[in-house]
Design a protein around this ligand. Structure first.
Ligand code: ZN
Ligand code: ZN
Ligand code: FE
Length: 765
């Protein structure tokens, strides 16, 4: 060779980008592929256990543009939690490719929740030209089932309940085309290859999949009750405009007053029955599609028995394509209630449905895609434009709650009612879907299966297992039996730790108000009106509602007038029959109750704020017996007159623990009731009193303990009348107030707090 070759000065750089978050099963790789085409860079993209990795090669400026574009245009279901980029040596790829998955045993990635049908799929569903026209299981990488069909990771078709379905050539082409919306959409299916629906009733079977949903629709129009298999389980459904059908469903389910949820054809239909503001519209139409508790219109045309004595209706919009197909112009609103027997988990399996739901349903709309784990609908309400979860389940689980700091791996088994569990890894808490009330073996079995799945999905091997202190909670008994490293934490401490964790508070002291129905105390009594100076590790009970006796324990939870009578006795108020709660108690029962209270026979002491709510509702005449949890409190809140600013007064008695004395308050209420003051006024004065109490105690302990962060948790704070009032007063006083937005204030959020307490304790030991 002679001389020197002068190379053109074309600078090439290469970059490796690793992305963590919800980036698998959400169309992320095709999106990256499309970006690479757009910027004409070479390299590859692939899935690995902990997320997605990309290598790109090109001019340095182009790589910057590519990265910026990527960050700003992520696919709708993706959620980036971390992004790392570093320079690597150029290798001179010829093109850009999607490469095979890499799996590292120790890594983990986030799994997408089940997501409602996207606009593109919805368009195709009703497009007569589309090959999936009216196909009830249409989906793409931007929508459809995920969590409930995933058995293990990586999220690939063989690891889902779609494994049994062979793709037809048309679906396979879409599945393999990186530029198609269905590239690697694991639940991909169509009329020719996929999941199929069929209809069964006593004397008629429609097994033509193209006519099955229509058959169900006709049955519903006829006033029948249909069990409809959806995404996370079966619903029991009937025409909500058909009074008889609603009544029949209520009778068969043995559900006296507990509200039924509604599914409305669309937003316009929903607006006929309920008021929907901007924040409510947003969550109602979100991809999570929860049931939203919305204020009833006074002139709505639905049967009163959908949600008796309730100001609110639980409303959701259709979220699976199958749901959309159930409606037409003559059927625009359906009751959609979880198909189960009281306390048991939602039914998810076809055989189980046939066996268990036969007495409840006249007809069945089945399909043959297995639901691997059940997942009930989520329930939220909006408070001050923010979400207040009542049940965090479908659409949210297993998306994690981000923690303030990284923690060891822990399994928290939750409480008893509204049970959920939680596993932690790094700075994530994976909260489970709603499991049900852990009072029977069915629920325990569902719990076991779901917790195994969760540990598998996120590759968690818990070093510690934590649960509630209550000796009789099934979850704690189960955990104690199965895990030698089980620790128990106090119920109300867990509530406060939960609200601290979701607000990402560091490990510092707050003043926590834990007001709920029931929780086992460290003194063996039933707590529920607790003020705790707490951090994650520990707590001091600085104030409590004065103990009062519950006669007959759990009986009192249903026969609320008994709690009212006990509180009257405590306050020295005579049981005179003009008081509604006295009149509600038969004379013989009254005599026995009197003896029980006088001699402390079969009574337990409680400081429960929830029971106080019940009692006051009974004294005011709103409700004497409850048929579902928190019914009295819900109805008491519903009658409240917003214009009343006056308040009853608790007294605070100083001591090592400040006692919140309810006796003067009860006497004031009785005086009002005897004077014929309206329930609406009594309710307002009581809610005001509770909020003033929270402020008074906060002021007292701000001075004494130097705490100005206030945390509110426990089932009572699902009551937005109480929550709003308390937050407003506290903020006016300059307190920093922390409330729930991600997990429920009720026991559905307990596992998060348990996990944090156990994790922090193990870090400090
Ligand atoms: Zn879609
Ligand atoms: Zn197909
Ligand atoms: Fe609780």
């Amino acid at each position: 060779m002679f001389g020197t070759m002068t190379k053109p000065e074309k600078k090439t750089a290469r970059r490796r980008i690793e992305i963590g978050g919800v980036v698998q099963g959400v169309g992320f790789r095709p999106f990256v592929y499309a970006c690479a085409n757009r910027f004409a860079v070479t390299g590859f993209v692939g899935n690995e256990s902990k997320g997605v990795f990309i290598e790109i090669e090109g001019a340095p400026e182009t790589l910057d543009e590519f990265t910026a574009f990527l960050k700003e245009n992520v696919p709708p279901l993706a959620h980036i939690s971390s992004i790392d980029a570093r320079a690597v040596a150029p290798v001179g790829d010829a093109d850009f490719r999607i490469i095979e998955s890499e799996s590292h045993a120790a890594d983990f990635t986030l799994v997408s929740p089940d997501i409602s049908i996207c606009a593109d799929c919805l368009g195709e569903l009703f497009d007569p030209e589309d090959r999936r026209h009216l196909y009830p299981f249409i989906n793409c990488t931007n929508c459809g089932p995920r969590f409930t069909i995933t058995k293990t990771v990586p999220y690939d078709r063989p690891n889902t309940t779609m494994a049994d379905f062979a793709m037809c050539p048309a679906c396979r082409t879409e599945y393999e085309n990186p530029l198609d919306r269905r590239f690697h959409a694991q639940p991909i299916a169509c009329w020719d290859c996929g999941v199929r629906a069929w209809f069964e009733s006593e004397n008629f079977i429609e097994d033509d999949p193209r006519r099955a949903v229509a058959a169900a629709r006709e049955a519903l129009k006829d006033g029948r009750i249909a069990a409809v298999k959806g995404i996370g389980g079966f619903h029991l459904s009937c025409d909500a405009r058909n009074r008889n059908a609603v009544e029949t469903l209520r009778q068969r389910k043995g559900r006296i007053d507990k509200p039924f949820a509604l599914m409305c054809r669309d937003l316009e239909t929903a607006r006929r029955f309920v008021l929907v503001d901007a924040a409510e519209e947003k969550i109602l139409t979100s991809k999570e599609r929860p049931i939203v508790l919305l204020k009833k219109k006074t002139d709505h045309a639905l049967s009163g028995s959908i949600a008796p004595n309730n100001e609110y209706l639980g409303v959701m919009l259709p979220y699976s394509p199958l749901h959309f197909l159930l409606f037409d112009d003559a059927l625009d609103v359906l009751v959609m209630t979880s198909a189960n027997f009281t306390d048991e988990p939602i039914v998810r399996d076809n055989d189980e449905a046939r066996e268990k739901l036969a007495v409840l349903a006249d007809a069945f709309l089945f399909h043959d895609r297995e639901i691997f784990v059940q997942c009930d609908d989520s329930v939220v309400r909006i408070n001050d434009d923010a979400e207040l979860p009542v049940r965090r389940s479908r659409g949210f689980a297993p998306f994690p709650v981000e923690l303030p700091f990284a923690v060891p791996q822990v399994l928290a088994v939750g409480g008893e009612l509204k049970a959920t569990f939680c596993v932690t890894r790094e700075n994530f808490a994976f909260m489970s879907q709603h499991i049900g009330d852990m009072e029977n073996l069915e629920t325990l079995r569902a719990f076991e299966k779901a917790s195994e799945q969760m540990k598998r999905l996120f590759r968690v091997a818990p070093e510690r297992v934590v649960g509630d202190l209550h000796p009789n909670y099934l979850s704690s008994i189960w955990a104690k039996k199965n895990f030698p490293n089980f620790t128990a934490v106090q119920h109300h401490h867990a509530h406060i730790a939960a609200v601290m964790a979701e607000n990402k508070l560091p490990d510092e002291k707050v003043l926590g108000f834990a007001f709920d129905g029931t929780g086992f105390g460290t003194d063996g009594k039933i707590w529920g009106g607790e003020v705790l100076a707490a951090d994650y590790r520990d707590f001091a009970r600085v104030a409590q509602l004065r103990y009062f006796p519950l006669a007959g324990g759990d009986v009192a939870v249903k026969k609320i007038y008994r709690v009212a009578l006990a509180l009257l006795a405590e306050a020295g108020v005579e049981w005179t029959p003009e008081l509604p709660c006295v009149a509600a108690c038969p004379e013989t029962e009254r005599r026995i109750l009197r003896k029980q209270l006088e001699n402390n026979l079969n009574t337990v002491a409680t400081s429960s704020f929830g029971r106080l709510f019940d009692a006051v509702a009974a004294i005011s005449g709103v409700r004497q017996q409850a048929t579902y949890e928190a019914q009295a409190a819900i109805e008491f809140e519903a009658v409240l007159d917003e214009n009343v600013k006056a308040a009853y007064e608790f007294e605070l008695i100083e001591g090592e623990t400040v006692l919140i004395d309810h006796r003067p308050l009860v006497r004031q209420i009785v005086e009002d009731v005897r004077r014929g003051v309206e329930k609406a006024v009594v309710s307002a004065k009581f809610h005001n009193a509770a909020a003033h109490l929270i402020r008074a105690l906060s002021r007292r302990f701000r001075a004494r303990l130097d705490l100005d962060k206030i945390a509110l948790s426990g089932g009572c704070f699902q009551n937005t009348a109480l929550l709003k009032r308390a937050v407003k007063l506290l903020k006016a006083d300059g307190f920093e107030v922390f409330t729930h937005r991600l997990v429920p204030p009720n026991d559905g959020g307990l596992a998060l707090g348990q996990a944090m307490i156990a994790a922090v304790r193990s870090m400090q030991n």
